[in-house]
Design a binder for this molecule. Structure first.
Ligand code: GLN
Length: 466
């Protein structure tokens, strides 16, 4: 999609300004999806005009003039950035996130900031202080979270691609429920400077696109070492490597199929089988593997994420950051300021503070860290047997919104298949596969820096949709 738009822009068949206007019109027309928290129409039109100038001069990369959106947990200079929290409802940051600087440098046009679960905590897309995101295709179903608006905007044609963040599945889950591609790159691939922190040992910048090739193109533009993020990694590959891998197919590739999958719904189980078979038909070898239990992964993930969140979110005290409240005493002011957090965030902060406390540390936080090390080792060991792991992104399709509201479907059931890749820092991609019913995403996981192989396998699965 990006390549054909780029070719038309270059040939002068369309202008970046037209693309920006079309996207802005679509966003306005589809306001009921609540995918955007802030629309930056003036910035978009100005950036589109600049892109048209560059294109006319024969300059600009593939992304020059392409309209895109970014999750509201990334700061953009001069643009309100809330992380979907009342805590930051009027925060206007003084600098821009590294990932956006890279994309803007490539000529990408910013349409606006997408809705999300507050501070990226959530798997359903219903935990925003500014209202849930509505599923663009199935309005009574959850859209998935926490990068809910990013996935909805791409699925609904409001943006060509969108940036999200994935700490424990937040790009892959909504991509899977919306029938689009969601990439969580290797931890450290894309700088997180300017991403509002949730859990720093897990937070990863992710990408939502319509196609696997688009994910490769956007990753190439975003991934660059950055001294502003001490976890950021040097590049060892290029867009040509990604596209060559995609064109190379899966012949001879060893695909790990999990022999201990957790409870999958009948539809997802059937789709899993079909996906494995289709890779085998294309020449891949299917290998039986065993991965860490989803329950262990989720438990380790939840404790570590909540602990890190309780430390990261301590800065929202209404003094330096966050909602300032009056009170008769310092304690009262602090407690009023902290009350601006939503329910889910408060729950995590309490759990995390306890897991780090003198009473809870050895039993919860430290055990979770040990478990994480074991999970990482077990994941790494599978890659002696196979090149890539295939497993569904979510064990079921999107549930109804009222089931989440009634606590009938816990978050654990939604993202427990995503957390192994998060804990081990490995790249993973969710790709939509053919189905008669609600969208289903298959997840591919590779060793660190193995994005090229992910793209190759994902592209083979994607071809089944045609
Ligand atoms: N759904 C998970 C959670 O609620 C993951 C969130 C994320 O990846 N940001 O914590």
């Amino acid at each position: 999609m990006i390549e054909s738009l780029a070719a038309r822009l270059r040939a002068g068949e369309i202008r970046a300004r037209d693309l920006a206007e079309q996207s802005l019109a679509r966003i306005a027309e589809r306001a009921e999806t609540n995918a955007f928290l802030t629309v930056t129409a003036d910035l978009a039109l100005a950036a589109a005009e600049e892109a048209d100038r560059r294109l006319a001069a024969g300059e600009g990369s593939l992304l020059c003039g392409i309209p895109a959106a970014i999750k509201d947990s990334f700061v953009i200079r001069g643009v309100r950035t809330t992380a979907a929290s009342r805590m930051l409802s009027d925060f206007v940051p003084p600098y821009s996130a590294a990932v956006w600087e890279n994309l803007a440098g490539a000529g990408t046009v910013l349409l606006g900031k997408t809705n999300m679960d507050e501070f990226a905590m959530g798997a359903a897309g219903v935990d925003s202080a500014f209202g849930a995101v509505r599923h663009p295709l199935y309005p009574d179903r959850i859209v998935g979270g926490s990068s809910s608006g990013s996935a909805a905007a791409v699925a609904d044609g409001q943006a060509v691609f969108a940036i999200g963040s994935d700490t424990g599945g937040s790009v892959r889950v909504p991509a899977s429920f919306c029938g689009v591609v969601g990439l969580k790159p290797t931890f450290g691939r894309i700088s997180r400077r300017g991403l509002i922190a949730f859990a720093s040992s897990l937070d990863t910048v992710g990408i939502v696109t319509k196609t696997v090739r688009d994910a490769a193109i956007v990753l190439d533009a975003c991934a660059a070492p950055d001294s502003g993020d001490m976890t950021s990694l040097a590049r060892t590959d290029s867009l040509e490597d990604f596209l060559r891998a995609i064109d190379g197919g899966v012949r001879g590739m060893r695909v790990g199929v999990v022999n201990n999958p957790p409870n999958l719904s009948p539809d997802v189980r059937a789709a899993y089988r079909r996906s494995a078979d289709s890779l085998a038909e294309k020449g891949a070898h299917l290998i039986d593997i065993t991965i860490p239990s989803a329950d262990d992964c989720y438990t380790a993930y939840y404790l570590i994420a909540a602990s890190e969140a309780s430390s990261n979110l301590a800065r929202y005290d209404g003094i330096r950051y966050g909602y300032a409240a009056d009170g008769a005493s310092f304690a009262e002011e602090m407690s009023r300021a902290r009350s601006a957090f939503g329910h889910e965030v408060k729950r995590r902060l309490l759990a995390g503070a306890y897991a780090l406390s003198v009473d809870g540390r050895a039993e919860y936080y430290e055990r979770a860290c040990t478990l994480r090390a074991e999970i990482t080792e077990q994941m790494a060991a599978q890659f002696a047997l196979c090149d890539v792991i295939l497993i569904p992104t979510v064990s079921d399709t999107a549930c109804r919104t009222d089931e989440i509201a009634a606590d009938a479907v816990p978050y654990r059931a939604i993202d427990s298949l995503c957390t192994a890749a998060s804990l081990s820092g490995m790249p993973a991609i969710s790709v939509p596969v053919p189905t008669d019913g609600l969208p289903i995403g298959m997840q591919l996981i590779a060793p660190r820096m193995g994005e090229a192989i992910l793209f190759a396998a994902a592209s083979a699965l994607e071809a089944e949709n045609e």
